[in-house]
Design a binder for this molecule. Structure first.
Ligand code: ADP
Length: 175
């Protein structure tokens, strides 16, 4: 039996040489601010070109190219990782608008996409905890619980990294 590890680190996700990094994208898949902007800047314009092609293929889906809770995979271009998984977190509207289930779906689908692609290590940012306003502490609990549960059905994933961009998130994940 191979071991599966979960760890939290304080880092810029664009610098990590893991198999996959996860992007907190928006439903257009065409880039935005925060971690999405940082990933697109570091990966170079070919990433946007591929995202446009993915969005075009998925434009007729209910909810647009990538509705909240869904995930898609792309190349990583100039980044040191192998693949980028783009997932769209829920906007926080107070917590009674299905936010926890949608956030859990982001973590679950991203892990299952990585497993399907034969990837072994994956790094997540704090999906929805920036502009989308999901309280960091609540989001960390959903992230941790969902990853622990999903790893049981993703035996190929040996390492999950929660990438914290500020000390507060780092403390939360370690707690
Ligand atoms: P969302 O729209 O899903 O809230 P944001 O990009 O605004 O996405 O923020 C998501 C999280 O990513 C925030 O906690 C933010 O601090 C963090 N973040 C921003 N840039 C980076 C980066 N380069 N590496 C890792 N995390 C980042």
């Amino acid at each position: 039996m191979t071991t599966q590890t979960i760890e939290a680190i304080l880092a810029d996700i664009t610098t990590l040489p893991v198999d996959a990094i996860v992007n907190a994208a928006n439903s257009s898949l065409l880039g935005g601010g925060g971690v999405d902007g940082a990933i697109h800047r570091a990966a170079g314009p070919e990433l946007l070109a591929e995202c446009r092609r993915i969005a075009e293929k998925r434009r007729d889906l209910a909810g647009g190219p990538c509705p909240a809770g869904d995930a898609v995979i792309s190349g990583a271009y100039k980044l040191p990782c192998k693949k980028i998984i783009h997932t769209v977190g829920p906007v926080w509207y107070g917590g009674s608008h299905n936010e926890p289930a949608l956030l859990a779906s982001c973590y679950r689908k991203s892990l299952l996409l990585a497993e399907e692609a034969g990837l072994h290590s994956i790094a997540f940012p704090g999906i929805s905890t920036g502009v989308y306003g999901y309280p960091k502490e609540l989001a960390a609990v959903v992230a941790m619980e969902t990853v622990r549960e999903t790893l049981k059905s993703a035996p190929g994933i040996t390492k999950v990294v929660f990438v914290c961009f500020d000390q507060e998130s780092f403390r939360l994940y370690n707690a």
